[in-house]
Ligand binder design. Structure first.
Ligand SMILES: *Cc1c(COP(=O)(O)O)cnc(C)c1O
Length: 399
């Protein structure tokens, strides 16, 4: 590694809290589906900032929209209205079919709001404050205390207990284990439509439909976390739309702003007026003019570039090629995923393979210790897939 890069990394390790084991690269800029480090080395990006930069880097319309908003005004306050947020809300409503939106700054914050909305809904029904939420094992909902409390990875939670309390964990795609945790106090069931960090496990259609029916029968709220799997990643704007299983509350973030830190939780009209009201919830930055401008132009560009159609087409090509790798190397034990959210499961830790790939000009990320996750920009082409497979194949051959 060249001197300058090493110097920056040393400075970072001196100043920043050591909460990440970072790969040894300092990025400088992006163009299309490529990233460049500070020495000008080019990398093919199959991570997109973890399912964030869906449109690729340096898209002129996106950059121009943000620059225009910067020159106009960046921030006002949620005590007043602003046009970019109103435009963003209209487009998000239309894309999701949900009725009410609260804009946040991040995914975890959207999950916090979703939990509060569900608890308030239940509280207004019976006045009690001991309601329970069912979450899934292997789930990931974020790092703040509420989101962490519904995250199904005991390792992430242990040192920070007690969490918010009254959370039970069921097994993904095992309806009996959900039923075993339901009681009169259950106010919500939260799950990712496709689990991301936990290892790329898509929810099965029958499981989602059984949960939806259970929720309808018992007036339990279904919260779908679409922060990673939403915004076109599965070939549908939101992954649940593939199954027609509509949540009562939904969270989104990551690609919603394509790089500007934004998120949102949304609800149907059944929940909206019967949950959070004035004074119950707030945020200084959420839905500010810059955030609104970003979300708004993202929806425009999804339409202009027909992103959903493209994802459906290209993802089958990616799946085919990943299947080929899975068949070629016996240390790859499984391949699963949905759309441009794919995972290869290994019988060993994947960090050394990923480091090698980065060395060879390909950015990949893990999902758990043994899984390589593929969450590229949604605009990748067949040639990009071929290039990725060629580099990865070369790395795997050296294992
Ligand atoms: C990334 C992620 C979160 C947390 O989002 P942040 O913006 O990092 O707070 C929550 N849920 C899912 C499914 C995620 O992938």
């Amino acid at each position: 590694m060249a001197e300058l890069m090493k110097q920056y990394i040393d400075e970072a390790e001196n100043a920043l809290l050591h909460t990440y084991n970072r790969y040894q690269v300092v990025f400088d800029k992006g163009e299309g589906v490529n990233l460049y480090d500070i020495e000008g080395k080019k990398y093919l990006d199959f991570v997109s900032g973890i399912a964030v930069f869906a449109l690729g880097y340096g898209v002129k319309e996106y950059n121009d929209a943000l620059k225009a908003q910067v020159d106009k005004i960046l921030h006002t306050s949620n005590y007043y209205y602003n046009v970019p947020a109103i435009e963003a809300a209209k487009k998000l409503k239309a894309a999701s079919g949900m009725d009410r939106i609260f804009f946040t700054n991040s995914g975890a914050e959207a999950v916090e709001g979703a939990i509060k909305a569900a608890r308030k809904y239940a509280y207004l029904k019976d006045g009690s404050t001991d309601h329970e939420i069912i979450a899934m094992e292997h789930s990931f909902h974020g790092r703040t205390m509420g989101a962490l409390s519904v995250t199904g990875n005991p390792k992430y939670r242990e040192a920070f207990e007690p969490g918010i309390g009254n959370i039970r964990f069921a097994k993904m795609n095992d309806f009996d284990s959900v039923l075993a945790n339901v009681n009169d106090k259950t106010c919500a069931i939260i799950l990712e439509t496709v689990q991301g960090e936990g290892g790329i496990y898509p929810a099965e259609e029958s499981f989602l439909k059984q949960i939806r029916a259970l929720c309808d029968e018992k007036d339990i709220l279904l919260i779908l976390d679409e922060i990673q799997c939403g915004m076109g990643r599965t070939g549908y704007m939101f992954a649940w739309q593939k199954y027609g299983v509509k949540p009562d509350i939904m969270t989104t973030a990551k690609a919603l702003g394509c790089g500007v830190p934004v998120g949102a939780f949304l609800m149907t009209e059944k929940v909206g007026p019967n949950s959070l009201v004035a004074g119950d919830h707030g945020t200084t930055y959420g839905g500010n003019p810059l955030a609104g401008a970003a979300i708004s132009v993202v929806f425009d560009l999804f339409e202009k570039y027909q992103i959903l159609d493209h994802v459906r087409e290209i993802s089958s090509y990616l799946e085919e090629k990943l299947d080929m790798l899975a068949g070629k190397y016996e240390f790859i034990t499984a391949h699963r995923g949905s759309g441009l959210m794919q995972g290869l499961v290994f019988d060993r830790p994947v960090a050394p393979i990923i480091s090698q790939a980065i060395e060879n000009g390909l950015i990949l990320i893990n999902a758990g210790a043994n899984i390589i996750r593929f969450v590229p920009p949604l605009v990748i082409t067949k040639a990009n897939v071929d290039e990725m497979i060629a580099i990865l194949d070369q790395c795997l051959a050296q294992q």
